[in-house]
Design a protein around this ligand. Structure first.
Ligand SMILES: Nc1nc2c(ncn2[C@@H]2O[C@H](COP(=O)(O)OP(=O)(O)OP(=O)(O)O)[C@@H](O)[C@H]2O)c(=O)[nH]1
Ligand SMILES: [Mg+2]
Length: 359
């Protein structure tokens, strides 16, 4: 009988991620090695080659470090993105990493100037070669020192790339509440978003964005993960919801499931509502009860069902009032751009286009 072969592992073990400095230095030294100096004599060409290597290695490294930080600076992060990042990575983590990388850039520029000046005073390929090698060594250690910071920057970048862009200039409706109460179902009813809905808590783990035309306004509608309302939060999904409620919300719909089929008591949900109302006196919070199709209560609060759609038109009306409490209209051009007039039935095409152009 053939000897039994050891079963091959199905998945290869994940390879450790190489430190970012490795690729940056590889590119920098490769570019430096391509230096083709001009010069009348060999000694002149030797010195020119050493100078070019110093300049190219330094400049390429600085350019790559700059690319790592640029994404956070131009354009700068919005206040909401900052809050999200601070909540997830710890306050000040991003700024510390940015500062250290910018400082490394400055140190490398200084090192480069020093090495260039030094090379001008040296003679012979050996001395020049030693000087370039010493420069490469110090340059490498400056970049390696910020490896951890570069990894932080890349993680923050990946985190933000997975989050929707919320325009701070547009009105934003945030739907928040306990897990599993029906937030995503309501966001699906109200907006263009089609979030995942399921009968278990923490189906939604990060914020999601949809849009809804409410009156003259095109609202951003943010679906959020559930919040358990514990005083000390541990769950990153919850922090994300808190950041949305505290950040870009023009109006918060606090969704309550009085049927308690979500798995949480009404009292727990009311306690979170009271806490937010106390902590955020300047935020317009609209409590809304859901699952009206399952249970109808005698209450002054707005009641809706995301299954039958009952109460949704009234909710839209209330949201519209809260977004524009004084009843003012948005600037005329914006309103026209956002809600182009519907053509009248039977209207001839020529007249329609005149109306669109605002004539
Ligand atoms: N009967 C009834 N069921 C609803 C209603 N709204 C939501 N549900 C159900 O409640 C469950 C949770 O709905 P989701 O919309 O995923 O709730 P969520 O608050 O987004 O949940 P998380 O993302 O986990 O916090 C699902 O089984 C939905 O079908 C409603 O108005 N009526
Ligand atoms: Mg959800």
């Amino acid at each position: 009988m053939a000897p039994q072969q050891a079963a091959k592992p199905r998945h290869r073990a994940a390879r450790p991620v190489p430190p970012p400095s490795e690729a940056i230095l590889d590119i920098a030294f490769h570019r430096a090695s391509l230096a083709t100096p001009k010069g009348q004599s060999k000694p002149e060409r030797d010195r020119r080659r050493a100078e070019l290597k110093i300049v190219r290695a330094g400049a390429t490294t600085v350019r790559h470090l700059r690319l790592e930080t640029q994404r956070f600076l131009r354009p700068p992060l919005t206040p909401f993105e900052r809050t999200l990042v601070d909540e997830r990575f710890g306050a000040g983590t991003l700024d510390r990493a940015l500062t250290r990388v910018r400082r490394a850039e400055e140190r490398i520029r200084g090192l480069q100037r020093e090495a260039e000046a030094g090379a001008r005073r040296l003679h012979g390929p050996e001395m020049l070669g030693d000087a370039v090698r010493a420069y490469y060594g110090r340059l490498s250690s400056f970049v390696r020192e910020v490896d951890r910071d570069l990894l932080v920057l890349r993680s923050v970048d990946a985190f933000l790339a997975e989050r929707p862009k919320v325009d701070p200039a547009r009105p934003t409706l945030v739907v928040a509440g306990f897990p599993n109460v029906g937030k995503s179902s309501l966001v699906g009813q109200l907006s263009s978003a089609q979030p995942k809905v399921a009968d278990y808590p923490f189906t939604t783990l990060s914020i999601a964005l949809g849009h809804a035309d409410v009156g003259f306004d095109r609202l951003q509608v943010l679906d959020t993960p559930g919040v358990l309302g514990r005083p000390r939060r541990t769950n990153p999904a919850e922090s994300e919801a808190e950041a949305a409620v505290r950040g870009p919300a023009t109006v918060v719909v606090f969704l309550i499931d009085p049927t308690e089929t979500c798995g949480f008591t009404l009292e727990e949900q009311e306690a979170l509502l009271r806490r937010w109302e106390a902590e955020l006196p300047n935020t317009r919070i609209l409590p809304v009860e859901t699952k009206l199709d399952l249970q109808r209560r005698d209450t002054d609060r707005l009641q809706v069902s995301s299954v039958t759609g009952e109460g949704i038109p009234e909710l839209r009306r209330r949201v519209r009032e809260l977004v524009r409490p004084t009843g003012e209209l948005p600037p005329m051009e914006e309103a026209l751009e956002e809600t182009p007039p519907e053509p009248m039935v039977g209207e001839p095409p020529a007249r329609r286009s005149r109306r669109r152009s605002g004539a």
